[in-house]
Structure formats: C-alpha cells, structure tokens
Unconditional design. Sequence first.
Length: 242
Amino acid sequence: MAHDVVLLHGFTHTGASWDPVVAALGERYRALAPDIRGHGAAAAREPVTLEGVLDDLAAVAPPRFTLVGYSMGGRLALHAALAPALAARIERLVLVGASPGLADRAEREARRSADERVAGEVERMTIGQFAQRWAQTPVLAGQPPEVAAAVHADRLRNHPASLARALRGLGTGALPSLWDRLGEIAVPVVLIVGERDAKFTAIASDVARALADGEVVVVQGAGHAVHLEAPRRVALLIKRAT
C-alpha cells in the first residue's frame, strides 16, 4: 500500500527542490510537491495569502496524508495542521528548519517592515541578482557547492515580483504566531534540524516541548536546508514517521 506525502518548499524554492527526497522515498510513496503561490508555476496565482495557500493545499491533497514542510513551508504546514479544512486529513507532520513564527508582536511588526523593504528591493532586481543575494543569508551559509548550485538553479524558476508578493503575504512577519496554539496539534510531529543550524535547533526544542507529541532529530553535519544537504536521511525520517 502506497503512502501519500505532500511536501511544501521554502521561500525562493519550488516544488522541484524536493526531487532528491522524492527519489529517495521510492515507489511505496506517492509524493506531491506543489509550487506555493508566488513561486514557480504558481507565480501568477493571487492573492498570495495564507488563506489562498491553504485553499490550494486542500484542493490537491489526498484524503489522508503526511505533510512535510521546509522553512516557510514548515510554517505553512503548522497552519495547515490547525486549519478546519485540513486538520483531520493530516496524519503526521515532518518539519525541516521550521518555526511557528514570532510570538512578540513588536518583533513581528519589525520583521514585517524589514520584509517590506526587502520586497521593494527584490522588485528592482533580476531573478539572478536576487538568487545570488538570498544565497548570502547567514542561515544558509556553508552549503556544499553542489547543493548551492542546485538551489541557485531552482531559484531561477521564480520571478522577482512574485517572490516580493510571497514575502509580503507569507513571510515570518506577515503570518500570525502559532506558539500559543501548538498544544492543539494532536498528530505526531518530527522536527528535523541541521547540526550547524543553532538558531533553528533551539527553536525546534522549544516547539517540541509545547507539542503533545513532538520529537527533534538533529542531522549531523547539515545546515538549515537539511532536505537539500541530506535528502536520503530526510527520506528515511519521513518513512519512519509513516
């Protein structure tokens, strides 16, 4: 019997970023990795809002499935697990380098303002220029050259104006914090983080303590984008979760 898995990519990526994980999952898994609004083939879909993304997910996801998300996709996966149209269909969550958002309102507003500035700058760049700039984000430092090259190629599938809309509509500052709702998530949650990603390792530990059934797995040698640096390991953890 095949297991259904839906994989949500991070900001500036597309569903194709999950290809190495999908290949490692094998034939016993039916994997769906859609492009999220503002990205790839869904670049023109509007509005780029949380509600729109959840509607898209509800429309394409199987009746029962494991939901996997990386970074922005992980944050969206947490929102999906609390959405009336999706919560009963999700059997478990696997989150890679993910956060429930910013609990402090002032910090969230500051982040929203910062994201707005970046969005305005993105709109004046080519996609190649922005891809190079985003690769310098501190949390993404230290990626092996072959991973960095694959990520760059994936980012080039996007458009600056669409990414700006995604940042404004789906960024950390734009979405409400879920810290006070984590206890409502009843399904098992595996939080995957890279050894080199100290920030999100700390966040994952705090999230796990707030969940009814949460487990943190630290992947040795990996950074923030564990699914890109260690796809076989992530695939094994998805299999274990299912």
